[in-house]
Structures are given as structure tokens and as C-alpha cells.
Design a protein around this ligand. Structure first.
Ligand SMILES: [Zn+2]
Length: 303
């Protein structure tokens, strides 16, 4: 007898990724991917069409009956209403994905947020497994956090975890309209942008800044040190307010490995006094965290 399975689909900035998973969250085969529709008129409808066509492709490769599908999207997401409230990158506002997907898919649909789904997958299947309350902190183009407390995600209507837009005191403007945001100094894109501004030298990304720092470049060292210090401030707030046992660092910047985690952990331990010092661990599921989390959501909420 073939095992029942669900599909997990993650709508990203450039691609839509999908996987099939069994009831324990284990993958059945590899990931399937198509391009994300370009922003413009009817973007929500065109995105739902793309998800439906990707599901058809997946179904052709499924070895057992598909029970449900989980779909996660970026931006501000209201899971309870199944609405994509706002995505600057993908260009939608108040997109009724629950309705649009129900019209197109003949399966129960669970709808959620990409980073929170990634946090769920890391907490249950990845780096946070068996490690208690956790915060998943992807650091890439932006910085956000997914809170997993008392064994479940804590979304707060979509508003929880926006640690990238808290003021860590440097005064630089941020894309959100505020100044001093963590994201504006410590995201992978901010590190590259700030290095270029300071040194006059164009770089391909934060990894190049890290390589320049290792080669003795003083500007790279300064920009990297400022980013680490700002991240320590954000982590100290998390430790004070939520006291997570584990912080799972993901996103592009986590590729720096111990060059990032070691100074973060050391400076955080120095900064805290009586607070519980969280264990910092690298994310384990890479860019599949979102679709694996979407599959878990499908099991949790529809089966
Ligand atoms: Zn901001």
C-alpha cells in the first residue's frame, strides 16, 4: 500500500518550489520548481494559477493519494483569513489567496507565511528538533524571525517576529520608512551595500565582504563588526523578551558559518547578565525549509 502524502508549496521572490511529504514530514522525491509570475496586474490570480499548474506537475510524480496542499507566501500574511496582506517584492495587497486557491485546487488547502513555515520545519524536523522554544532567524535580503513557542508557531496575526525593523540605534534609513533598523545594517544586502559605500569598491555580496575581511581589508572588517554588533543587540532583546532556548540562524548570511555564529555567540554571552543565553545553531533545511513547513501545515490543519 502506498502512503498518503501532501504537497508543500513555497512562493518565493523568483521561484515557486514544491515538494511531496509523508505524515512525518519526510520528503518523497526531490523538489519541483517554476518561475514566480512577475509583479503587475492580476498578480494574485496569476500566482494562484502558477501554484495550480505546479500542483498538476507534482501530482503526476506522486506515488500515492494526495490528501492536501500547504501553500506559503512572503510578506505580511494573515493566516486566519488566508490573505496575503502585503508583499512589496511580489506586488500584492490584500490578496485573497484562500479563495483563489480553493477555486483552483480540488484538495484542502492550508495557507501560511514562508518564514513561519520555515521556522516550523526547522523546529520540528531541522536544527531546532528537541531543543525547546526556538526563534528561526533568516538573514538574507532582509531579516525576520519566526517564533516557535510551547510547541507551536506564534504568528500574532502576521505581525510577530519583525525584528529586522526594530531600531538598533545607528540612524541609517530603512526601506520600511523608519531609521536605525537592524535590517538596514546587518542583512546580507546591507553588508554588501555599506561596504561599497565605505570603500568605493563594488562587491557581489556579503560573502565577498567576509572574504575581504579575512584578507585584512579594514573597511570590510569595520562593516562586518557593525553588522555583528547590531545582530547581538537584536538577539539580546530576543533573549530578554522571549528567552528562547535556541536561535536557528538561516538565510544567505548563515553561509558564513562559524565566522558569523562564533562572534555572535561570544558577544551575546558578554552582553547578557542574568538572562538565559540562547544556543545559536545554523539552520539545517536550507532553502527547502519553507516548502517542508508548508507540507507540515497541510497535515496539521487539514488532515
Ligand atoms: Zn525598517
Amino acid at each position: 500500500m502506498t502512503a498518503a502524502q501532501v504537497a508543500g508549496i513555497d512562493v518565493g521572490g523568483t521561484g515557486i518550489k514544491a515538494v511531496l511529504a509523508d505524515r512525518t514530514g519526510q520528503l518523497l522525491g526531490g523538489a519541483t520548481r517554476i518561475a514566480t509570475p512577475r509583479p503587475g496586474p492580476d498578480i494574485a490570480r496569476r500566482t494562484a494559477d502558477a501554484v495550480a499548474s505546479l500542483l498538476d506537475t507534482l501530482r503526476a510524480s506522486a506515488t500515492g493519494p494526495l490528501r492536501a496542499v500547504g501553500v506559503v507566501v512572503p510578506g505580511l500574511v494573515d493566516e486566519a483569513r488566508a490573505v496575503g496582506v502585503f508583499s512589496e517584492n511580489l506586488g500584492w495587497r490584500d490578496a485573497p489567496f484562500g479563495e483563489l486557491l480553493a477555486e483552483r485546487l480540488d484538495l484542502p488547502v492550508a495557507f501560511g507565511h514562508d518564514v513561519r513555515a520555515g521556522g516550523l520545519a526547522e523546529a520540528r524536523l531541522g536544527a531546532g528538533r528537541g531543543k525547546g522554544d526556538s526563534v528561526f532567524l533568516p538573514i538574507g535580503t532582509g531579516i525576520s524571525a519566526a517564533l516557535h513557542l510551547d510547541g507551536r508557531p506564534y504568528p500574532a496575526g502576521g505581525y510577530a517576529g519583525e525584528i529586522g525593523h526594530t531600531d538598533v540605534g545607528h540612524g541609517e534609513p530603512c526601506v520600511c520608512g523608519a531609521a536605525g533598523c537592524l535590517e538596514a545594517i546587518a542583512s546580507a544586502s546591507a553588508i554588501a551595500r555599506r561596504y561599497t559605500r565605505r570603500s568605493g569598491r563594488a562587491v557581489g555580496g556579503a560573502a565577498e565582504v567576509l572574504a575581504l575581511r579575512a584578507a585584512g581589508d579594514a573597511d570590510a572588517a569595520a562593516v562586518w563588526a557593525e553588522a555583528v554588533s547590531a545582530l547581538v543587540t537584536g538577539l539580546a532583546w530576543l533573549a530578554g523578551v522571549l528567552a528562547p532556548r535556541t536561535v536557528i540562524v538561516g538565510g544567505g548570511l548563515a553561509g558564513a558559518g562559524t565566522a558569523l555564529l562564533e562572534p555572535l555567540a561570544r558577544q551575546l554571552a558578554d552582553r547578557l547578565t542574568f538572562q538565559r543565553v540562547p544556543e545559536l545553531v545554523p539552520a539545517a533545511l536550507g532553502d527547502q525549509a519553507g516548502c517542508r513547513g508548508a507540507a507540515l501545515l497541510a497535515w496539521d490543519t487539514t488532515c
